[in-house]
Design a protein around this ligand. Structure first.
Ligand SMILES: Nc1ncnc2c1ncn2[C@@H]1O[C@H](COP(=O)(O)OP(=O)(O)OP(=O)(O)O)[C@@H](O)[C@H]1O
Length: 611
């Protein structure tokens, strides 16, 4: 707990002075609040009544200066005016407290959100592959909001409670020690019950928060994959999954609310008992003349003033529990180390001569995903990688970008070991079109130009032409200015892939990787793109990952991957001659192709006959 409070203190960096101002303001406002009943007491006992004025000498002096007791008795409005002035001052300091604490907490929340966002941008590829987006969104929004609310409202209340208790007890003790003891007889029970409650509720808040995180992940996944859900008719299954998470969240929140309701009713009962004790004992003592009527008024007023913040301590501690959970969840993100970008790494001129030598790699350090991979991709050549799903094709190219580091062997680019090259530099020089292209909610032009800050319109159009999407774009009403995504046009899978290809071409890097990026386009369009790419990529080392023989057939070298090992390599002509995996895949895909052509021919002749 102390560790988390220290972190909270760290988050407040740069706003501590403002906070101090807010706390001092609440201290002053508390003094004005407490002086109010004292003015009433003097009015009842010594102005209307005939008791001698008690209290410090300056009070006597003040009354004399105002014209003495008799004048004040005939002008009771002066006492009323004093009360009004005290309340105006109180209001002023309350306003200052509200303004400064809000200003500081908003600033802290903004800094925290910014730090989180920056940190997330620099976490490794692997972290983002494994983390749930819904969970991350919740931490960046509702957890930060919980901290903000605690700082804006609750923390300054702790200041008020401390001041209130300190000042009120001091005044009460100076008025009547015995009645003070009666006034605080139930307070320890109220306070201890608040503490016990705080311990219990912290766990309940954590459970409910986690359930909320799971619920938003289910929702977010469902909305992102709604097309898959509909296409496979999985609505009922998804609805059941959502219902389960929803019910779990409701149950846990309900438990929490039950705990809260129990606490507030118990604390109401204890508060009433405490006020009752002061009223009964105080009234009796006033009736026998042991204390004045004014003192009774002061005690009963202070009692209600005091018990409220003590009861509030329960809420403050509860919110503190929630805030500590949120701090823990946010810190979990900060504790993930940022990706080491090797800022002192080399920045050699990259031309694209790549050599893999006995490279082995595993994600978990145990089960190998790539085993003894060796090959040489010469500058400007096209290397294709073919293999079943899960054979390690994507992992192989991810090593090239240093999204992961290989454990054994060596990879060199133009003679420099990959691990010695500055990561950012490497990624600037190696373009990749991912398996599932992601387009931002921007215009098509902006999406294509994304990889190069100063991309010119001409470059964008040339890249779009090479990716065989230029004509398609012109068919949209707004052409290149068409917005993509949520409030723009809905693109087909193939159109998205081609826009992503155009984006990578604009980057104009010496090495380019297509990770199964032509899977969603038909074979004719694919051929067009391949021809255009070949023309453009004469000096560029290109890696093409695919399941289709037609996609890889043109490559200068084809690597056939099976269970993380290169089982065959060579050109298409060489490989179809050798018995092995490539020949088998070729035979199967050829057969399919022939069947498709036959069916096409039959349906075309049908059309001719019927017409
Ligand atoms: N981030 C990761 N963490 C742990 N294991 C992973 C990770 N990414 C992939 N794998 C595992 O590594 C193996 C190889 O995966 P990889 O994505 O490289 O295969 P692939 O040949 O590209 O498959 P596909 O054609 O389906 O894309 C698989 O068993 C996969 O489950």
């Amino acid at each position: 707990m102390w560790h988390k409070l220290k972190l909270l203190w760290k988050y407040m960096e740069g706003n501590k002075l403002l906070y101090m101002g807010a706390v001092i303001s609440i201290g002053i406002s508390t003094i004005f609040t407490l002086v109010n009943p004292l003015v009433i007491r003097v009015t009842i006992d010594s102005i209307i009544g005939e008791e001698a004025i008690q209290g410090p000498l300056w009070v006597h002096g003040l009354i004399e200066n105002l014209g003495g007791r008799s004048l004040l008795m005939h002008n009771l409005w002066i006492a009323a005016l004093a009360l009004v002035l005290l309340n105006i001052m109180n209001g002023f300091f309350l306003y200052a407290k509200g303004k400064w604490s809000a200003q500081a907490s908003e600033d802290i929340a903004r800094n925290l959100r910014e730090a989180l966002f920056n940190h997330l941008q620099h976490l490794s590829y692997d972290y983002h592959v494994k983390v749930e987006t819904g969970e991350l969104i919740q931490r960046c929004t509702s957890d930060v909001e919980t901290i903000r609310r605690f700082l804006a409202v609750q923390l300054v209340e702790v200041g008020r409670t401390v001041f209130m208790l300190g000042f009120a007890l001091f005044i009460m003790l100076s008025l009547d020690v015995s009645l003070t003891l009666v006034s605080i007889i139930v307070v320890p029970i109220i306070f201890i019950s608040a503490l016990i409650f705080f311990m219990k509720v912290q766990k309940a808040f954590q459970l409910s928060d986690e359930a909320e995180g799971r619920l938003s992940t289910v929702l977010q996944e469902n909305l992102t994959g709604i097309r898959v859900v509909r296409a496979f008719g999985r609505q009922a299954f998804e609805a059941e999954k959502f219902e389960k998470s929803n019910a779990e969240y409701r149950d846990l929140t309900y438990d929490l609310i039950r705990l809260l309701a129990g606490y507030w009713s118990l604390s109401d009962l204890l508060t009433m008992l405490q006020i009752g004790a002061v009223v009964v004992v105080g009234a009796y003592w006033a009736s026998i003349g042991r204390i004045t009527l004014g003192t009774l008024v002061v005690f009963t007023t202070y009692e209600t003033m005091l018990l409220w913040p003590i009861r509030q301590m329960g809420r403050i501690l509860t919110d503190m529990g929630k805030t500590l959970v949120s701090i823990g969840r946010i810190e979990e993100i900060f504790q993930h180390p940022m990706e080491d970008m090797d800022t002192d790494g080399q920045k050699p001129k990259i031309e694209g001569d790549i050599v893999f030598e006995n490279v082995s790699f595993s994600y978990d350090g145990e089960s190998p995903v790539l085993k003894n991979i060796s090959f040489h991709a010469e500058k400007g050549k096209t290397v294709a990688i073919l293999g079943a799903t899960g054979s390690g094709k994507s992992s192989l190219v991810h090593l090239l970008l240093r999204l992961y580091d290989y454990q054994r062997g060596s990879i060199t680019i133009d003679g420099v070991e990959l691990k010695q090259i500055h990561k950012k530099w490497l990624r600037k020089n190696i373009g990749i079109v991912l398996q599932e292209p992601f387009l931002f909610s921007k215009t098509i032009k902006e999406n294509i130009g994304l990889s190069k800050a100063e991309a010119k319109e001409k470059e964008i159009i040339l890249a779009a032409r090479a990716a065989a999407i230029h004509e398609g774009i012109l068919e949209f009403e707004k052409g290149y200015d068409t917005a993509v995504g949520e409030r723009g046009v809905t693109l087909s899978g193939g159109q998205k892939q081609r826009i992503a290809i155009a984006r990578s071409l604009v980057q104009d890097s010496p090495v380019l990787i297509f990770d199964d990026s032509l899977s969603a386009v038909d074979t004719e369009t694919e051929e067009m793109i391949r021809k255009a790419l070949k023309e453009r990529n004469k000096n560029r080392t290109t890696f093409i990952i695919s399941h289709r023989i037609t996609t890889v057939a043109d490559a200068d070298m084809i690597l056939v991957l099976q269970h993380g090992e290169i089982v065959q390599s060579g050109t298409h002509e060489e490989l179809i001659q050798k018995p092995g995996l490539y020949q088998r895949i070729w035979a199967i895909q050829n057969l399919l192709e022939e069947e498709i052509l036959e069916e096409k021919a039959i349906s075309e002749s049908d059309i001719i006959v019927s017409s």
